[in-house]
Design a protein around this ligand. Structure first.
Ligand code: UD1
Ligand code: MG
Length: 508
């Protein structure tokens, strides 16, 4: 309806006491987005549309959230909570400006769709002054009941004011209303508070329209779409409905979701073609997944961009600020935060990559940790293209590892490493030829004293102190070979450790 202007008013001044939470009700999340963001997102947008949100006093957080989602949101404050009609009139200035259609939605009804709101505008074009969204409630308790006469809506009766016969009606008020802009203020200003709760009820707009000889009518939708959230249990129900809806949309778009009932998506998750989501994956807000990517089971992802043909998990965690280039592999028990990995980079097992940039085709060995936090500040780690970070390395940030550099396993790297260099930081390995055989023999013979010192830290038996030698071979002190080997590890050719062994990754 591009020719008709619209003003959507979202009521969000309620206290939400039944949520038993310090967080305002409309800021609780469903599918990674606040309730308010869902409703604001469903409002008509583009040319000729405007949006007003009515908030309670001192609710800067609610105002900020509305403006975050839609920058041109006008905020109106309802100082005293005197009812839903009173809340709508808090936005009087916006209504008085003059607009063709007014849509009123509740901030605690997040499953409402843009298409339903659009559908409600049609009868306004056909001459209705008030259009109410109704639904057939499984249990109508607590809702306002729609009282019809043929296709005309005569009144809405709130539960507290309803007769027994009216309470048996199961066609209920969803709370969403569309008003013809020409007559809206005339109707709203006539709403009084002569009812059980002494509140100004928006539903009374229906009876007043009838009194004024204007037409009011209802259109219907499913209960799922208009579930209002007043409690944590209802929040969980809405999450379920939303997840089913989001999974269905993703499946329709060609995403393979093996077990949809185990997967959580966010309302803004974006998928490429041929993406596979394995069971038990949780996707938070701000996630983009490129063509051909596979998200393996038990992975948790939020605010991350995943390139084409990337493999994530099982058991991976991608935290905010993660950006994975094409063909990246993030394996089990790898956590990535505020880090960019270039195409083809791999971190296949047990690593933490935080506040980092990792060049193309770099290989991060199992157990690698970027030590990004000193207790006060976060520091960056830069790893060049094609670098090889040996297993169990600690990269103490700020630090740069050059392109093609090689970090020996178990190193604690505190200084920058030039391109193509080997950096190695660990103590020399002690060797005792034949020790293990003698130790076994001692244990197997059951003797207390065979002269084998317990190098394993296991007591050598029967509480007696083991001897230094076995009588024949003197055991070498660990210091002797270490001294020699430690002389100059950097002079050794790349690929060999101080002990002459390549610093190798433990696993693939
Ligand atoms: C309302 C309707 C009821 C309908 C039901 C659907 C009224 C009087 N009743 O009842 O017919 O079946 O919703 O869920 O409208 N709010 C304000 N300021 C106020 C009062 C409310 O901003 O002074 C906001 C709340 O934040 C909420 C919405 O209006 O977003 C609805 O208020 P709520 O108290 O939840 O109304 P219900 O009793 O659920
Ligand atoms: Mg309610």
């Amino acid at each position: 309806m591009p020719d008709k202007s619209s003003l959507t008013i979202v009521l969000a001044a309620g206290e939400g006491t039944r949520m038993r939470s310090r967080l305002p009700k409309v800021l609780h999340p469903v599918a990674g987005q606040s309730l308010l963001a869902h409703v604001v997102g469903a409002a008509p947008k583009g040319r000729g549309t405007s949006l007003a949100v009515v908030v309670g006093p001192d609710r800067q957080d609610v105002s900020d959230e509305a403006r975050r989602v839609r920058a041109d949101t006008e905020i109106f404050v309802q100082t005293d909570r005197l009812g839903t009609a009173h809340a709508v009139l808090a936005a009087r200035a916006a209504i008085a400006r003059g607009v063709d259609h007014i849509l009123i939605a509740f901030g605690d009804t997040p499953l409402i769709s843009a298409s339903t709101l659009e559908r409600m505008r049609k009868p306004l074009n056909d001459g209705a002054a008030v259009v109410v969204l109704g639904f057939r409630a499984v249990d109508p308790t607590g809702y306002g009941r729609l009282l019809l006469n043929g296709d005309r809506l005569i009144a809405i009766r709130e539960e507290a004011d309803a007769s027994d016969a009216e309470r048996r009606v199961n066609l209920c008020n969803a709370g969403v209303m569309a008003l013809d802009g020409k007559t809206a203020l005339k109707i709203l200003d006539r709403i009084g508070n002569a009812n059980k709760k002494s509140e100004y009820y928006l539903p009374d707009a229906v009876a007043i329209a009838n009194e004024l000889g204007l037409k009011a009518m209802a259109i219907e939708t499913s209960e799922d779409e208009v579930r209002g959230i007043n409690t944590k249990a209802q929040l969980a129900e809405a999450e379920q409905v939303m997840q089913t809806r989001l999974c269905q949309q993703a499946l329709d778009a060609g995403v393979t979701i093996i077990a949809p009932e185990t997967v959580f998506l966010a309302a803004d998750t974006r998928f490429g073609n041929d993406v596979v989501i394995e069971p038990f994956v949780v996707i938070g807000p701000g996630v983009t997944i490129g063509d051909g990517a596979v998200i393996h089971s038990f992975s948790h992802i939020a605010n991350a961009s995943i390139g084409r043909n990337v493999s994530v998990g099982p058991y991976a965690r991608l935290r905010p600020g993660t950006s994975l280039g094409d063909g990246v592999r993030i394996g089990n028990f790898v956590e990535v935060k505020a880090a960019t990995l270039g195409a083809g980079a791999k971190a296949n097992h047990l690593a933490y990559i935080g506040d980092s940039s990792v060049g193309e085709n770099a290989n991060i060995g199992a157990g690698t940790i970027t030590c990004n936090y000193d207790g006060f500040n976060k520091h960056r780690t830069e790893i060049g293209a094609g670098a090889f970070i040996g297993t169990n390395s600690s990269l103490v940030a700020p630090v740069k590892i050059g392109a093609g550099a090689y970090i020996g396993s178990g190193s604690v790297i505190t200084r920058n490493v030039p391109d193509d260099a080997l950096a190695l930081e660990r103590s020399e390995q002690a060797m005792r030829p034949g020790w293990a055989r003698r130790f076994r023999e001692m244990k197997q013979s059951g003797k207390a004293r065979t002269g084998v010192k317990s190098e394993t830290g296991v007591k050598s038996g029967m509480g007696k102190k083991p001897a230094e030698t076995n009588g024949k071979t003197k055991i070498k002190s660990a210091a002797t070979p270490a001294k020699k080997a430690n002389k100059s590890p950097s002079k050794k050719p790349a690929g060999k450790s101080a002990s002459g062994k390549p610093a190798r990754k433990r696993t693939k």
